[in-house]
Write a protein that binds this ligand. Sequence first.
Ligand SMILES: [Zn+2]
Length: 468
Amino acid sequence: MPTLIKNGTVITAADSVQADILIEDERVVLIGLDLSSEGAQVIDAAGKLVMPGGIDVHTHLELPFGGTVSSDDFFTGHRAAAFGATTTHIDFVIQPVGGSLKEGIEAWHDKAAGKAAIDYGFHVAITDLRDDVMAEIPSVVDEGITSLKLFMAYKGLFQVDDTTLFRAMQVAEEHGLLVMVHAENGDVIADLTARLLEEGKTAPKYHAAAHPAMAEAEATGRAVAFSGISGAPLYVVHVTCEEAVEQIALGRAKGFPVMGETCTQYLFIFEEDLAKPGYEGAKFVCSPPVRQPKDAGVLWKALAEGGLQAVSTDHCPFWFEGGVNGRIAGKELGREGFHQIPNGMPGIEDRMPVMWHAGVGGGRYSANRFVEIACTNPAKIFGLYPRKGTIAVGSDADIVIWDPNREHTISAATHHMNTDYNVYEGMRVRGWPEKVLLRGQVIVDGNSWLGAAGRGRFLRRKPFAEVL
Ligand SMILES: [Zn+2]
């Protein structure tokens, strides 16, 4: 049966208009005024906003890391995402050590099989760029994967040298792949980490001292320069600080095809949180680390004005108290030293509400810009637009009915992520999803889960990034 969303205000990156939306066979087929409801199931959106489902392009579900595995799988992570108005995400396939990219891709398809409840795509994170792997790069396009991630940090583990990074960017550019970089200078980090540990500085707060902002800025600038030299489009993931934003701005001012994202936590969590008493700071350990409030000010401005193109989460949850009550190991693994704390924070469920509340509610950007950085730009940059990321005739009917007046207090007691803490614990937000539709099917209705494992689909993405 067709579904008709009536009386809502439709918000896209371009417009805010009063209109009805008719959905048939999973897609939007008509947008108009006073559409007939004959033969259709009606959703009354009077007084509500109607927005595209969120797209989170940076997540790590069931990721093996630091002797354990991130605690959300493709079902629990998807269900949590949906409760937070996100209907599509792109997860990072990790090339197995000694193995091929194809083996990694197959492993990630296996993780999602039978569990996926929202739509998803993959990036491939290259961890071991041997000659045979360099030759394998073009083939990932045939797998529907059109972005690669390379690491400029994690020395002795995933880090690539400059020659390798530069070559990989050229190969990627030739075949329509977008290169994403984790931009931190891994040599500097390794040296600082060793020295801090020698001095007995093992507490979580030293994680920030080991990862200075300038080490991020230096690597960002280097990647930006490589993009300028090779012409290869570049997307810098998890930009955290003023100095790195400056490097991206410099490249963009020179006309290089450079883009960047920040992640939700860098706008709300700071170094002072890492320094919380006891071991609590471990909850907030991720790489690059959280910074200063002045950096968040720069990030908000960049999101509002176009210096950054998207906001994602880097969702990579671990239990704070893992290894008990049937839980896998978590943050407790780093009690002896900050370098052993599993890196990452939960956030896939919180992104849309907190970015709406503090962004639109806080007067930092418009509702249209919110849709642009959380839905539309991610879809465009990663080859999903206009199927995803907007509300238009022919687009998948991934739609959120958003109540701009509903208030909610975020808490681990009520969230759906598979973790025992929430980094936004106690934050009262105004604006909350009332209903969430995936390809025309209501999967979240208030507090009720109506989705199903196995209903999410793998998205084959288009090559050649749109550079925004
Ligand atoms: Zn990540």
